[in-house]
Design a binder for this molecule. Structure first.
Ligand code: HEC
Length: 550
């Protein structure tokens, strides 16, 4: 033991580990970090506060590549044991500069404190000190979670989801903060097993419309019926056209590439003959010259307005029906940091309103943690609606995500209040004057279910009672002990244009009985034949739901 120890250490320090075809340096030669980097001190080091604060940041920025538990995949290294002897300073140095030629982004744009918090979390990962989700060989863990008792309705998890079933969550149902522990339970993605298929209510048929995509997220129908898809990670906008007899697109083409995390898509001016296609990149709204029938951009994107980078990164876009104004979402940079003391949170967690040329920016509605998932105009009332991811860290059944119409000048609570006059315990005593200003949203959804894209059903194919209803994609939870979301929901508006607080499970079955996840609904659009398209960035495909009758 005594003799082997130093020898082993030396061998390790000189070794370059080879994993999955990619080599990465271990220990002393950690990416040739300079001596000065080693000396940097983490202000949060070894505090549970730093690890806790770093967890949601890690999930926002790093998990999509390095995995929810730092397990890595393909060419992306794990963030595990082999990093345990790398100093916090070296990690900070590396994360800050990145390794752009190997596709590890530079995170210099993130505020310093956020980088340090992430370092605390990565250190905890490397030391095995984070709450773990189920891993391939630790089936017992998954089973332990699945043996947890069901939540008390109206709160549910994936085991309870049932197409067509109506749910209703009210503020009277909310538990106290910390009634349950805050979970770190990101999805373990597996391939869709043969024979497993999404489930829709009776009378609906589900087909695979497109597969082999890369991170398909928001999808929008162009006035001529073409379907525009944001493939966010690879930075592309793709177009689909037509429908073959077996329910596939006749054509698929890249409209534009080389974009920075594109997400929002909007045609301008509204109406049958748009001249521009607007795209919400993470760092800016840009626009392409566009006319009906274009399947490839004719030129470079023109900048419209710059946006802050970091934190919640999806920028949804929506024009008013008269085309005079454009709405852009900018979600918070953090889970729940106070904008009063965190400069990076100034002018975030808002829906912004601008002129279509990018001028005249103002805050249209505030206290909205992240409406980046989806915006839409209710065709019946002309109101703006949004889908919002609420905050984490307060336990399994707080805080509900929501879908709501947006009041001009409205304040929706973040970060000091939630669901009306409920104070966030992390901001006790702050902003009492806002208590009665915080609006209770129209439809409360399962907490942590990660509500993303929404669309209003304007097709003719589904039964008449679906006219004008909202479909919403729930991408699925990580901050909940048993998964929730991972489904498409319907919000009935009862032909009135107004919600009653109810929603229904519509398309389910993306989580297997053992808790593994094979699909994650992200975006929804109504195709011109009235079928519903659902993007799924878990299986990298698009599902098509059509109505056949009973
Ligand atoms: C777009 C994918 C991507 C994202 C997002 C990403 N990384 Fe990486 N990361 C990589 C790749 C690829 C490498 C390997 C780079 C190299 O070896 O030069 C890497 C390397 C690393 C390493 C070095 C690991 C080792 O064993 O040498 C650390 C530490 C790291 N990333 C941390 C992070 C953190 C923290 C975040 C979030 C703030 C993050 N990464 C986000 C792709 C990513």
């Amino acid at each position: 033991m005594h003799k082997l120890g130093p020898l082993l250490a030396m061998a390790l320090s000189l070794t370059t580990m080879i994993l999955g075809g990619l080599s990465y340096a271990v220990n002393k030669s950690f990416h040739n970090a300079p001596e000065s980097a080693k000396q940097l001190k983490n202000p949060y080091e070894d505090t549970s506060e730093g690890v806790k604060a770093g967890q949601p940041l890690y999930h926002l920025r790093c998990a999509r590549c390095h995995g929810d538990n730092g397990e890595g995949s393909g060419n992306i290294p794990p963030l595990r044991r082999h990093l345990s002897s790398v100093t916090a300073g070296e990690l900070f140095w590396f994360i800050t500069k990145g390794s752009p030629k190997n596709e590890m982004p530079s995170w210099a744009g993130l505020p310093k404190e956020q980088r340090w918090k992430i370092v605390s979390y990565v250190k905890a990962l490397s030391l095995g000190r984070t709450a773990r989700q189920s891993t391939p060989d630790a089936g017992s863990k998954g089973i332990t979670k699945l043996s947890l008792p069901r939540a008390k309705p109206p709160f549910i998890d994936f085991r309870d989801e049932e197409p067509g079933k109506t749910r209703r969550i009210t503020v009277a149902d909310l538990p106290q903060p910390y009634a349950t522990r805050s979970s770190d339970n990101g999805p373990r993605l597996v391939a869709r097993p043969t024979g497993v298929w999404p489930k829709a209510p009776a009378g609906f048929k589900v087909e695979l419309y497109a597969a082999g995509l890369d991170n398909p997220r928001l999808i929008r129908r162009a006035p001529n019926g073409d379907l525009f898809l944001a493939e966010t990670d690879p930075g592309r906008i793709r177009v689909f056209r037509g429908l073959t007899s077996d329910g596939k697109p006749e054509q698929s083409q890249i409209f534009a590439s080389g974009l920075f995390h594109p997400y929002g898509i909007a045609f301008y001016p509204p109406g049958p003959n748009p001249q521009w296609l607007y795209v919400g990149n993470e760092n800016a709204v840009v626009r392409f010259a566009y006319k009906n029938g274009d399947m490839k951009a004719s030129g470079k994107p023109e900048p419209v307005v710059d946006l802050p980078v970091g934190g919640h990164s999806t920028r949804a876009l929506q024009f008013t029906p008269d085309g005079k104004k454009m709405f852009v979402t900018v979600g918070s940079g953090s889970n729940v940091d106070d904008p009063d003391t965190t400069p990076g949170e100034k002018n975030r967690a808002d829906i912004l309103e601008l002129n279509p040329d990018g001028s005249g920016m103002r805050v249209y509605a505030s206290g909205i943690r992240n409406a980046g998932g989806g915006l839409g105009i209710n065709p019946k009332t002309g109101e703006l609606w949004c889908s919002v991811n609420e905050r984490d860290g307060l336990g399994d059944n707080l805080v509900p995500d929501y879908i709501t119409h947006v009041q001009e000048g409205g304040f929706y609570g973040w970060p000091w209040w939630y669901m009306g006059a409920h104070q966030d315990p992390r901001h006790r005593g702050k902003h009492p004057e806002l208590k009665d200003k915080a609006i209770v949203p129209d439809v409360l959804l399962q907490p942590h279910s990660a509500s993303l894209g929404i669309t209003f059903y304007d097709g003719k194919q589904f039964p008449a009672e679906y006219q004008g209803d909202i479909f919403g994609a729930a991408h699925g939870s990580w901050n909940k002990s048993v998964r929730a979301g991972y489904e498409v929901i319907r919000v009935p508006l009862h032909q009135t244009g107004h919600a009653s607080g109810e929603y229904q499970d519509f398309l389910t079955g993306f989580v297997l009985d053992n808790g593994d996840v094979w699909g994650r609904p992200a975006g929804v659009a109504v195709a011109s034949d009235g079928s519903l398209l659902v993007t799924d960035d878990g299986s990298n495909s698009i599902w098509r739901v059509s109505y056949e009758g009973r």
